[in-house]
Design a protein around this ligand. Structure first.
Ligand code: ADP
Length: 749
């Protein structure tokens, strides 16, 4: 029997739609049910709250089934003029009270969240009025003295302060990146110029990150307009120099709200006119428009929104914030709770700074990552590097890929080469990993020789899993001396880390290894020390999610269970996160292992589910979970035991996970980390005993760890770090995957 709490939760989506809103709604509903709380979806945003009736519907476990992969919002969104009036809000309050709802999860932009706060502030006054007019009872008013608001930011623009990222921004950036990649190839074929306009009226996030991710040649954003009056001339000069240096296309990315430093709007058509008139370029304009909101949500938007929805409900139920309005966001890769209106005010402060032409303030409010990214872009768009300051002796820095291929390796190499050269240094590309270093397969890379490397998957330099041993070390020492390599950047995975550690520990035997050494994490497995995320992981995750979406669609007609095997070796990151992002019922992780008893329990659950009318089952199995209970074994077991009730198919995703063009997230992080690695090599080269390190992202910050500490941080037997932050998300995945016994189920489950 279900025990009902007296206080219920409502959830609505409002303002512009964004990919990932469905994942948030699903998480809110399932978490509330798991916590024995009734939950209502309010359809069509605030208008549904004002209208009541059928627009406020009690949700069951299944009413949010199968929505994770859908863009937009299944509960609808709208702009509501009624809710802007007190009369409208009075009706909304009555409708909520009728259903004992006094906590709301609002998923929307700053307008929607401001509206929610007004409603919260008025709540007791509204209830008093309803009581006096006899529309509600004293008992109802007594039961619900406060309205609690949890705000989640749904906005593709990433324009809210207080959260690093908003629901939909990552998916929109993926759409933009795909579009610009496609435009680049046609532009290059015809040697054309393109002006691409992206969304963002007060926020240049999509434009800036889209430009970095695609290697675009110029960007115009509202927060940092060109700093000179004759910006058209300066832009054309640099673009022309790029053409002269051999670039075949020109891409200028313009944010919708771009302006000059006096606040005059810069339209994409104006930029086209400038390019045509001053450079004589055949120029086309592409306004990406609503395509940016379209399509299935990215893996990140699915799991982040799931975490946000889960946290919103848990915060409401904890009772700490009763009667308050708070924002659940993500900062530094962790879920945060902040006072809602402070975040809204800061967001307005950015818009105000732009409006009053205080661009330094606008950029400062955006934060250091944003500023750093803008700076990096300014370097990248140059046609040629700055020349070294007089008297500076250029360093000769080697860069190589090692380990399995990871999307984003090329992006990191390109960034390292350009940023190193721009500081006046010579960049040497080492082919085929450590094997190439042993053999002296090394060439000097030029500014234009890495053009176009931002977007491609795989490894242009070549990579392999060679770990140098014995005589190899002599050969490497000789090559380092012969090519006069004064610093080494390894962009790669676990075997690359081992190789670099080997060089570091052999310094006493080989003086040639006394050069700065740095590792940049690039591996789809996400099993590297010192970094919560490695480059390539996000791309692999998106590839898995896309493949599973297709696999799920293939099963519309029959009752079927899929056992999907994903990579990761002995690290379960890809399995857990893809499970969260695809709505798998069960995820098998190497960190937990699997026993016959586990499989028996899972099988029983599956049988019960299918008996109730469930049509699709999804199990994700990491490749290294158990050598005996293989994917084939599991599939055969489930098939046999499932009898006539359901059939089972296995899908081993294989190498598609290592391929593909890198996602914008991987490109941006690869760029950011490469910039820091080059800085490290340059700094350490001045020291008598240069350091050896591996770089990483930890809680959103770039952190350097000493190579000496690597053994302490690694579980060598399983080639994975001893500490893995994401394991804490397992409990959330479980809540989303299986209804608790008390959660109400529809007949068609
Ligand atoms: P976004 O949430 O994406 O910023 P809007 O600003 O259009 O989008 O807001 C969406 C809806 O939220 C509005 O149509 C209105 O119903 C409600 N809303 C916005 N601002 C307020 C406000 N100040 N007071 C009451 N309701 C508001």
């Amino acid at each position: 029997m279900t025990i009902h709490r007296q206080k219920n939760i409502g959830v609505l989506t409002s303002g512009g739609d964004a990919q990932g809103m469905n994942a948030a709604v699903r998480a809110v509903v399932r978490t509330a049910l798991d916590q024995n709380t009734d939950v209502y979806a309010i359809y069509e945003g605030y208008q549904g709250m004002v209208d009541g009736g059928e627009r406020i519907r009690k949700m069951s476990w299944d009413s949010v089934g199968g929505i994770l992969q859908q863009g937009g919002t299944i509960i609808g969104t709208a702009r509501s003029a009624d809710f802007r009036t007190r009369e409208g809000r009075l009706r909304a309050a009555r409708n909520l009270l009728e259903r004992d709802i006094d906590s709301l999860v609002i998923i929307g932009g700053d307008g929607s969240l401001t509206g929610a706060n007004t409603f919260r502030q008025e709540w007791s006054g509204l209830l008093q009025e309803l009581l006096e007019s006899g529309q509600v009872s004293a008992e109802q008013v007594r039961r619900h003295p406060h309205l609690t608001i949890a705000g989640l930011v749904g906005s593709i623009d990433n324009d809210m302060q207080g959260t690093d990222t908003t629901i939909g921004a990552d998916s929109a950036l993926q759409q933009i990146t795909r579009a610009i990649d496609a435009i680049s190839s046609t532009a290059a074929s015809h040697q054309r110029s393109f002006v691409v306009e992206v969304m963002g009226r007060h926020c240049g996030y999509l434009a800036l990150m889209g430009a970095i991710a695609t290697g675009a040649d110029w960007v115009l954003i509202p927060e940092s307009p060109p700093d000179v009056d004759n910006w058209e001339e300066k832009m054309c000069e640099i673009l022309k120099a790029g053409r002269d240096a051999g670039r075949r296309d020109t891409i200028v990315v313009v944010a919708e709200g771009a302006q000059d430093r006096y606040g005059n709007h810069i339209s994409s058509n104006y930029v086209k006119q400038v390019l045509e008139e001053r450079l004589g370029e055949d120029t086309r304009v592409t306004i990406l428009g609503h395509v940016q909101r379209g399509g299935a949500p990215s893996a990140f938007d699915r799991y982040m929104s799931t975490l946000l929805g889960y946290s919103a409900v848990m915060e409401i139920l904890s009772g700490h914030m009763t009667g308050e309005a708070f924002l659940i966001g993500m900062q530094n890769n962790r879920i945060t709770r902040l006072p809602l209106m402070e975040c809204v005010e800061q967001t307005h402060a950015v818009a105000e700074a732009i409006a009053t032409h205080d661009y330094d303030r606008a950029m400062n409010l955006r934060g250091s990552d944003f500023k750093e990214s803008f700076q990096i872009l300014r370097t990248f768009v140059r046609a040629l590097p700055h020349t070294a300051p007089p008297g500076q002796k250029p360093l000769r820095l080697g860069v190589l890929n090692a380990g399995g291929p990871a999307p984003g390796m090329n992006t990191a190499v390109r960034a390292a080469v350009r940023l190193g050269m721009d500081k006046g240094h010579i960049m040497l590309g080492i082919h085929d990993g450590f094997q190439g270093l042993i053999e002296g397969n090394i060439e000097k890379l030029e500014w234009m020789s890495v053009a176009g490397w931002t977007t491609t998957g795989g490894s242009e330099l070549g990579t392999n899993r060679k770990i140098p041993q014995g005589r190899d070390l002599y050969a490497i020492a000789r090559q380092i001396e012969q090519f006069d390599i004064q610093g080494l950047l390894m962009i790669g995975g676990w075997t690359g880390y081992q190789a670099m550690h080997r060089l570091y520990t052999e310094r006493d035997n080989f003086s040639a290894f006394n050069i700065p050494l740095i590792c940049l994490p690039a591996s789809i497995n996400n099993n590297l020390p010192g970094s919560e995320i490695s480059i390539g992981t996000d791309t692999a995750l998106n590839s898995i999610v896309e493949a599973v979406d297709k696999i799920k669609q293939s099963a519309v007609a029959s009752r079927r269970c899929f056992v999907v095997e994903v990579m990761g070796r002995y690290c379960g990151y890809l399995s857990l996160m893809s499970g969260l992002a695809t709505g798998a019922e069960r995820v098998y992780l190497p960190e937990e292992g699997v026993s016959l008893k586990d499989m028996q329990i899972d099988l029983e659950r599956m049988v019960t589910g299918f008996k109730r009318g469930k049509r699709l089952g999804l199990v994700i199995r990491n490749e290294g979970v158990n050598p005996v209970y293989t994917t084939s074994f599991m599939s055969a077991l489930f098939e046999e035991e499932g009898g006539d009730l359901f059939d089972v198919r296995q899908a081993i995703l294989g190498h598609l996970q290592q391929g593909g063009n890198p996602t914008p997230y991987d490109r941006i992080q690869a760029t950011r980390l490469a910039a820091r690695c080059i800085g490290y090599l340059i700094k350490e080269a001045t020291r008598d005993l240069p350091g050896g390190a591996f770089i990483g992202l930890q809680s959103g910050q770039v952190i350097f760890s000493n190579l000496e500490d690597m053994p302490r941080m690694m579980d060598y037997a399983h080639s994975r770090p001893k500490e893995q932050w994401w394991l804490a998300l397992r409990s959330i995945a479980k809540v989303m995957a299986q209804p608790a016994p008390h959660a109400e189920l529809d007949q068609d489950y």
